[in-house]
Design a binder for this molecule. Structure first.
Ligand SMILES: [Zn+2]
Length: 207
């Protein structure tokens, strides 16, 4: 690797510490989440991004939400920014952090990725949507998943499982809160078909 500059050495030290403390590896790559306005004692997503730029590691910064804290009064999802390094770019990081290689090699093949997808019934048909969650959503506890509304609103089935085609997630908002996400498993909402019919009817389209 040749002689490192002082800047590179400092950036390397910070990145290794950040990856160790909050890095999440999955089949899509590595992610590090930061709550928005998290205070000055932690590096922000932008600061992590600058260090990665200096080290020549390609990455993106996306908005991502994490479950609300148990004591939060409004039970709102916590907005944050997530620094993501795609799997194909991880060798650029391994160069600075060789110990990561072993963890990358041991990611199980059926490991979920960054996206949590759900179906959105619309008057004109079914759309597939993504829920912008932080990369660690598959390992949230049941309680945290419930607070993030990832359990079926009708039967409490854990919609993260995604292994039962009959129980994939659909967004069926309550009539009085049409813009609030309310996920329901396919079995509890007739695979979203009733909702499509209702919406198409409301839009005055022939059924
Ligand atoms: Zn259900």
């Amino acid at each position: 690797m040749g002689q490192l500059s002082n800047d590179e050495r400092c950036a390397q030290r910070r990145i290794v510490a950040t990856v160790r403390s909050c890095g999440v590896l999955n089949s899509d790559g590595l992610a590090m989440w930061r709550e928005a306005d998290c205070g000055e004692w932690k590096a922000t997503a932008a600061e992590i991004g600058r260090d990665l730029d200096l080290l020549g590691v390609p990455h993106t910064i996306v908005t991502a939400y994490r479950f609300p804290l148990a004591n939060s009064w409004n039970k709102k999802m916590r907005r944050g920014e997530e620094v993501r390094i795609a799997g194909k770019d991880l060798p650029h990081l391994v160069r600075w952090m060789p110990s990561l290689k072993k963890s990358i090699d041991s990611i199980p093949e059926d490991c979920p990725g960054w996206g949590f997808m759900f179906f959105q019934p619309k008057a004109e048909g079914m759309a597939l949507m993504g829920f912008a969650l932080s990369a660690d959503w598959p390992v949230w506890s049941q309680k945290q998943a419930r607070a993030a509304r990832l359990l079926c609103a009708e039967c409490a089935y854990d919609l993260r499982k995604g292994d039962d085609e009959d129980r994939l997630p659909y967004n069926i908002p309550a009539p009085d809160k049409p813009n609030r996400l309310r996920l329901v498993c396919g079995r509890c909402c007739n695979q979203g078909l009733d909702q499509i019919k209702a919406l198409a009817g409301a839009a005055g389209q022939p059924l």
